[in-house]
Design a protein around this ligand. Structure first.
Ligand code: 5RP
Length: 256
């Protein structure tokens, strides 16, 4: 883990959503006038969008614009008045800072992202920028990636069951490993066979590990990415430059 600095915040019994807001507001303090930002997706990143919108509408931070990591974020940012840019070299936009949540953060600041389904655009945009600030509440800190839920993999719909089989082979013999195609719940809330579609029109394979991923993450990443049909996975390795953690006790820890 990198170096950490804790600072006091108003304490009290904050809800998880309030903790997300605390982390998000702290990250927005890094934004300077004229910056192009990568705008993350999810309930934590949404607090950063709201804060940025408030500041922009108040006339602070002139010249700030954002590159959205999902259609949902694009709509949210437009609603709160954040000027938007495409991820397009021709636009001349160089992303100085990205702010986004994460599903898991390990001690080396590797992440699982994409349980919201936006991992591909997130990885493209956050990987393109100079600095990537991750905002989480304490519950997202894990000893190993894959401890608390699915690790998503974006795959093309063509031959998706075949690709799922190849993904399973990467983890052959790993106790407790299983993988499935993500589906959208039916209107009555029950399971359905309808595949979840990403903003890019792709499917998501969800990988589950009994007690987190053991082994060399870079090697596992390579093996997944070598499967034709896999587009990207939700392990963000070595990408976070700063992690802002809102702790249960009301303090904030900034890890660089
Ligand atoms: C979306 C993501 C989110 O950042 C991640 O799922 C965390 O979400 P939340 O802030 O709602 O807990 O990667 O694809």
């Amino acid at each position: 883990m990198g170096s950490a600095a804790a600072s006091p915040q108003p304490s009290g019994n904050l809800t998880q959503d309030e903790l997300k807001r605390v982390a998000a507001h702290r990250a927005v303090e890094f934004v300077e006038s004229g910056m192009t930002l990568g705008l993350g997706t999810g309930s934590t990143a949404a607090h950063a969008l709201d804060r940025l919108g408030d500041l922009l509408r108040a006339g602070a931070l002139p010249g700030v614009a954002g590159v959205p990591t999902s259609l949902k974020t694009e709509a949210h940012a437009a609603r709160v008045g954040i000027p938007l840019l495409p991820l397009d070299a021709a636009s001349g936009a160089s992303i100085r800072l990205s702010i986004d949540g994460a599903d898991e953060v390990d001690p080396d600041l590797n992440l699982v992202k994409g349980r919201g389904g936006s991992l591909l655009r997130e990885k493209m945009i956050e990987g393109a920028g100079d600095r990537f600030v991750v905002i989480v509440d304490e519950s997202k800190l894990v000893p190993r990636l894959g401890c608390t839920g699915a690790v998503p993999v974006e795959v093309i719909p063509f031959g998706a069951p075949h690709t799922l089989g190849l993904i399973r082979k990467v983890f052959d013999g790993v106790p407790g490993f299983h993988a499935r195609l993500r589906t959208v719940p039916a209107a009555n809330g029950e399971d359905s066979d309808a595949p979840f579609l990403t903003d890019n029109g792709n499917y998501i394979v969800e990988m589950f590990f009994e007690d987190g991923i053991r082994g060399d993450l870079l090697d596992i990443s390579d093996r997944l990415l070598r499967i034709t049909g896999v587009i990207e996975h939700g392990m963000f390795l070595g990408m976070a430059t700063t992690v802002i953690v809102a702790n249960k006790d009301g303090t904030v820890t900034v890890i660089n």
